[in-house]
Write a protein that binds this ligand. Structure first.
Ligand code: ADP
Ligand code: MG
Length: 231
């Protein structure tokens, strides 16, 4: 609980986020600018393909940063709360992530049990598990596996995403959810902060369990929808 509270506090202020995105975009932008200058100064024709490819990759990185940043920083629009069937949300997420899993030969499994309903914004909730499942697939070894489980516990819906990757080093655990914190060469470090902010808006919590060398489990808890209308 304490770690959770600290983490939510760390969900940065708009100012800090803006500084972060500016910093992250500066590098790829500098290299785009540099290669365009190089192309113009050298005047080689046709323009060397490797130079164009670098420019393309860097622009794609900027696009990715902006796309994920937008999810995090868009005004906390009052989400469109309605009853959401988590089983169908998760089935949908599996469908979306299947090609990524297939590409790595990772078995992606979901054993849907009963229907579980929460009050929430369906597209925001979908985004939470897209991010968690993406991380799990990225962490899993080739031929590894990712399990998704849905259950209830008292008045909470509980969804866990488990991979058999390396787990999360203890010294890294406190940084999870900090915008721009990443250990991946290609990472943006925005995925988990998006998850934390969405789950917080839904009155839920995220718990991380790491088994070093054996894998990690991210468990999201959300209040179950009761019989009254969602507001
Ligand atoms: P990104 O995926 O772009 O790095 P995230 O916010 O999604 O950003 O994740 C932040 C960091 O948390 C990752 O770089 C990784 O170090 C760690 N992480 C997240 N999920 C897992 C996982 N399932 N197993 C191991 N490490 C993880
Ligand atoms: Mg990620």
């Amino acid at each position: 609980e304490l770690v959770e509270a600290m983490r939510l506090e760390r969900l940065a202020s708009v100012g800090q986020l803006a500084a972060g995105i500016a910093h992250e975009i500066r590098n790829p932008l500098t290299s785009v600018k540099g290669f365009i200058q190089l192309i113009m100064v050298r005047g080689e024709r046709p323009v060397p393909r490797e130079h164009l490819e670098i420019i393309q990759v860097e622009i794609e990185r900027i696009e990715k940063l902006i796309r994920e940043f937008h999810l995090l920083a868009r005004p906390p629009q009052v989400p469109q709360f309605a009853a959401v069937n988590l089983r169908s949300v998760l089935n949908n997420v599996i469908l979306l992530m299947e090609s990524l899993a297939l590409g790595k030969n990772v078995a992606l499994e979901f054993m849907p049990g009963e229907d579980v309903a929460v009050c929430g914004d369906v597209s925001q909730l979908k985004q939470v598990w897209i991010n968690l499942v993406r991380n799990a697939i990225e962490a899993a070894p080739k031929g590894g596996s990712v399990y998704i489980a849905l259950r209830t516990d008292g008045d909470r819906a509980v969804v866990s995403v488990t991979d058999n990757g390396p787990g999360i080093p203890e010294d890294i655990l406190p940084h999870l959810g900090t915008p721009f914190f990443t250990t991946k060469a290609e990472g943006t470090g925005l995925g988990l902060s998006v998850c934390y902010s969405i789950v917080q808006r839904h009155g839920g919590s995220i718990r991380v369990d790491s088994r070093p060398g054996e894998g990690a489990t991210f468990t999201v808890q959300l209040p179950l929808a009761n019989n009254t209308a969602c507001i």
